[in-house]
Design a protein around this ligand. Structure first.
Ligand SMILES: C[S@@+](CC[C@H](N)C(=O)[O-])C[C@H]1O[C@@H](n2cnc3c(N)ncnc32)[C@H](O)[C@@H]1O
Length: 198
């Protein structure tokens, strides 16, 4: 295992090293997946990320958003998650994208009241259990506007998909992929992208 995943289990040390510029934020996403996210989010005005962790995907997505757009970053940062949130805020600031990001420190269900009623783009990367993705799917169905795009990490059977994502893969295949209100756009490694029919 490389150093960063191991170091990410020591958030306070990671935060110090990040503040010093020794390490960048760690993410389990692949550069190909992040390029796909940035492509699909680029024209959004209201975007939501469920599961922000150290903010690497948030920083890259916010960077390509229009100046008047907002990316709502939802994460509860449980159990003393302040160092992780600090890393995320710093990573986003270093990308020059702080003005486009609003942090919502809550789980996805608790965040709904703080999110816009009409969302252009969702990136779902929070709780990868079957039930967790089922709860997030309910939120996507409630808030994603017609023509809007949603991307789901760890929902395709890529070689690097994590063991923890078995539930999210099954939920995607059994429910999301079969929903007639949505069209599948593409798969980038473990990331699936869909559009709500206009
Ligand atoms: C895989 S990480 C996200 C990584 C981030 N998208 C990146 O690649 O830079 C998952 C994060 O989801 C958060 N999380 C777990 N359950 C959640 C939920 N129900 N709502 C929002 N966030 C959740 C965890 O606290 C964790 O920080």
């Amino acid at each position: 295992m490389s150093l960063l995943p191991r170091l990410s289990r020591r958030p306070r040390l990671y935060n110090c090293l990040h503040a010093l510029g020794v390490v960048k934020a760690y993410s389990q996403t692949h550069p190909e997946e992040r390029a796909c996210l940035c492509h699909h989010i680029a024209k959004a005005k209201a975007a939501v990320e469920i599961g922000t962790f150290m903010g690497l995907t948030a920083a890259e997505m916010a960077d390509v958003l229009p100046a008047d757009a907002t990316l709502y970053c939802v994460d509860p940062y449980p159990g003393g998650g302040e160092p992780l949130q600090q890393i995320a805020l710093r990573q986003i600031a270093r990308a020059g994208a702080a003005s486009k990001v609003r942090m919502v420190r809550a789980d996805s269900a608790g965040a709904v009241a703080s999110l816009p009623a009409q969302v252009d783009f969702f990136f779902v990367d929070g709780d990868h259990s079957y039930e967790g993705l089922a709860a997030d799917w309910k939120i996507v169905r409630q808030l994603l506007k017609p023509g809007g795009i949603a991307a789901f990490h760890d929902t395709a059977r890529a070689p690097e998909a994590m063991v923890h994502s078995v539930g999210s893969i099954r939920f995607f295949e059994e429910v999301i992929a079969l929903d007639p209100e949505f069209t599948h756009l593409e798969t980038a490694r473990s990331l699936n992208v869909i559009r709500r029919n206009a």
